[in-house]
Design a protein. Structure first.
Lengths: 233, 531
């Protein structure tokens, strides 16, 4: 009962950002889908080669990004942005408004409070971005939409962007909870999330990417729990 | 045990790991910036310093040096010429001098105007799509990863697109008017996915358009096989298959039918199409066309060429001790380098012909000697640029241990062949680049930092285990260890009211006199406030 009340409170605070992310994502997707289908019909994607020549691969002439690849930066920025905003909303704003003691000193355990925050954020991602992403993939892989539909890896990579948004949230939360000075180790949570992103973007193996993300999530979560449960507010 | 107490056993080491990771990264970035600044200022001087002053060499030494560095080229009748590059003119043009084997100057002038036509040899692929390129293509970016797609069609339009699926290791075809065409795998074209066979683990490919077509043909090398794929005809030809060992390297000569103005053009009126394949068991396999023939040889590093009249093999050799294995220790490699540099060695270039039975017949051989390396180059044990040397003094000792005992044994590939968008190999290369190379100064700096940690940590210590851990940690990680220690252990100290010496506030008893922290005196209103 207490948990659900806290969850409702957190969701209520997340709602504007969830809606904003969903609206922007839907709007951008609609525009990109229109442009992509138009360009696909104009056959712009494939370069022609001259007879009797070696096709130099120095410019990756025989490689292409999948159709609808322009949606990637939007999905990535929206996920990371949502993670950042929710992290700030849940763990930084109470520092500025000095409302931590009001929340903590209730007849509810700290772990319940933290679980409500984490669940609300997970739900915010699932409600605002995930269904749209699944919908996009389902639509663009229909045979009549594109000549060469994006492969399954395209869908999985989209999920990676969404998970990176959650990692950013965890990094922001850890930085928000840290009692260190901003110029010492306070920003290490965010810095670690940035390192995870850099590491992910220099990987080609999906197994390694998911391993890196899983390990880093465990690292951030364990410290968030430790700090939140022991810290004085 | 309370949940928050359970968490501390995981969270504390994890916090140390996270902090040291970020600090190591920050230190590496700073080191990289210093190295690049130093390099940009000293690049010109560095090149000058590396050039050996020929004026110090005797006339005979200069002659030997010229012979050593000259290209040894063969005329089709087996005659050897030595081509010495005197100076660079522009682009691919050089001023060259051509000598015969008796050291008589035969010709001098621009390299593209030389009056002799030498045998050309099979070369490693220049514009290939390698395994590193494949990884680079598959690397995730904010715009997703890329895919190999081969367009097939007429001059004005694309009718088919064949996409390579790295996981399934086959091509899937799409019709641009809609619908799927089928699959191209090692067993050729099939319409169903279940019948398509995988090509095998990808290694590299080269693609070209034949002189009469706009559509690419692919020469695909996998771990053990080489295929030629014609997408227009949906045809797959297995050119070579190694049953036992992997393919190490391939070279081509006149294999691709190119137009005369193409960069890698070889005249197919003079030469037969040829693929040279080296397998990991050091065997050389030769695949020829017009007519189709296949040979295998046990040679170390030969080059092949096949004219319409004969098949030639060029082989280089020397009596130098063999290069130590890439997994060998640094000392073994250093010893080998020293030995090779201090003596002069006999070297030779040989030309063989392959007879009808597939055996080699020696046509010509040229012997020469390498001169020993004199002066500072032979004695300098750490030839790294000054900036790199200075900056690496702040690198962790652990980097040396990691490279020496882990990386060379388990990840030898980056040292041998470089890398390319492979995170772990790139990481190993970066660590190797900035490691301290057992420098004394690095050890002294680490020791000084340990002394500082001892001085700083003694009054603040809460347990002997933790205190010793931080000392060793700083010793192994140098500046990154010290910064991590300070980031996680800097607590305030007070003057102990009993013994008067400094003590930390993290534990109740004074580390010097074992006296407890004094409790505040009870006041009159304490009873009210504590309630």
């Amino acid at each position: 009962m207490r948990f659900s009340s806290l969850l409702k409170k957190e969701l209520r605070e997340c709602l504007p950002w969830m809606l904003l992310a969903a609206i922007v994502f839907i709007a951008v997707t609609s525009v990109l889908l229109r442009i992509e289908t138009y360009n696909e019909n104009n056959d712009y994607r494939y370069s022609r080669f001259s007879p009797g020549t070696v096709i130099s691969n120095s410019h990756y002439n025989l490689t292409n990004y999948p159709t609808m690849n322009e949606i990637g930066p939007w999905l990535f920025v929206l996920s990371v942005g949502l993670g950042l905003v929710l992290g700030i909303r849940q763990f930084w704003i109470p520092n500025f408004t000095r409302t931590w003691p009001f929340l903590i000193h209730r007849s509810v355990s700290r772990i319940t409070i933290l679980a409500a925050k984490l669940t609300a954020t997970s739900m915010a991602f699932v409600i605002s971005i995930v269904p749209i992403w699944i919908g996009i993939y389902w639509y663009v892989t229909r045979p009549e939409v594109f000549t060469v539909p994006p492969p399954l890896r395209f869908f999985i990579e989209g999920w990676i962007f969404i998970i990176l948004g959650f990692v950013t949230y965890l990094g922001t939360a850890l930085s928000g909870l840290s009692t260190a000075k901003w110029y010492t180790t306070k920003i290490f949570g965010l810095a670690f999330a940035a390192v995870v992103m850099l590491t992910t973007f220099s990987q080609w193996s999906l197994v390694w990417i998911f391993t890196v993300i899983a390990v880093s999530t465990a690292i951030l979560l364990s410290q968030i729990f430790q700090t939140f449960l022991r810290r004085e507010f | 045990m309370k949940i928050k107490n359970k968490f501390q056993y995981i969270a504390k080491p994890v916090k140390v790991f996270m902090t040291v990771l970020i600090i190591l990264l920050a230190v590496s970035i700073v080191q990289g910036i210093f190295i690049e600044i130093e390099r940009s200022y000293t690049r010109k001087n560095q090149y000058k310093a590396e050039e050996k002053p020929e004026a110090n060499l005797s006339q005979e030494e200069q002659r030997q040096e010229r012979i050593r560095r000259s290209l040894k080229e063969f005329l089709p009748d087996g005659t050897i010429h030595l081509i010495d590059r005197v100076e660079h003119i522009s682009g691919r043009r050089d001023k060259v001098q051509i000598y015969d084997t008796n050291d008589n100057l035969l010709w001098e002038g621009q390299s593209d105007k030389k009056p002799y036509e030498y045998l050309s040899w099979a070369e490693q692929l220049r514009s290939d799509f390698s395994q590193q390129d494949m990884k680079r293509t598959q690397a995730i970016t904010p715009g997703f990863s890329r895919y190999i797609e081969i367009p097939v069609g007429l001059e004005g339009s694309i009718e088919q697109i064949w996409r390579y699926h790295p996981g399934a290791q086959y091509f899937k075809g799409y019709d641009t008017r809609g619908g799927e065409i089928g699959y191209i795998g090692s067993n050729g074209f099939t319409e169903s996915k279940s019948k398509a066979s995988a090509f095998g683990k990808f290694r590299q490919f080269t693609a070209w358009c034949p002189a009469d077509s706009f559509n690419p043909i692919l020469l695909l090398q996998t771990q053990k096989s080489i295929y030629q794929i014609n997408f227009e005809k949906k045809d797959v030809e297995l050119l070579f298959e190694s049953t036992d060992t992997d393919i190490r390297m391939i070279r081509l000569h006149a294999w691709r039918s190119l137009s005369p103005d193409a960069e890698e053009y070889i005249d197919r009126q003079k030469y037969r199409p040829l693929i040279q394949i080296q397998t990991n068991d050091r065997k050389q396999h030769l695949i020829l066309q017009e007519p189709k023939e296949q040979f295998s040889f046990n040679l170390r590093s030969p080059s092949f060429s096949a004219t319409k009249q004969a098949i030639f093999v060029r082989n280089y050799g020397s009596d130098m001790p063999p290069v130590p294995d890439i997994k060998s220790s640094e000392k073994v490699i250093e010893k080998w380098t020293e030995e090779v540099q201090k003596k002069s060695w006999n070297m030779w270039t040989e030309l063989y012909k392959v007879n009808n039975q597939g055996n080699l017949e020696l046509v010509n051989r040229y012997n020469y000697t390498s001169s020993p390396v004199s002066g500072p180059a032979a004695k300098n044990r750490d030839p790294r640029p000054a900036g790199q040397r200075y900056v690496s003094q702040f690198s962790p000792l652990m980097y040396d241990l990691f490279i020496r005992y882990v990386a060379i044994r388990f990840w030898p590939r980056p040292f041998g062949y470089g890398s390319g968008n492979d995170f772990f190999y790139d990481l190993v290369l970066i660590i190797d680049y900035i490691r301290p190379h057992s420098s004394i100064i690095n050890r002294i700096l680490s020791a000084l930092m340990m002394v500082y940690v001892f001085w700083h940590g003694w009054p603040r210590r809460t347990s002997w285990g933790g205190f010793v851990f931080w000392l060793i940690f700083t010793g192994l990680l140098n500046i990154a260890g010290l910064l991590t220690y300070l980031a996680l252990n800097h607590t305030a100290v007070i003057k102990c009211p009993v013994c008067g010496r400094r003590r930390g506030l993290a534990q109740v008893n004074c580390v010097r006199c074992k006296t407890q922290l004094p409790a505040p005196e009870r006041g009159k209103l304490d009873l009210i406030f504590s309630a």
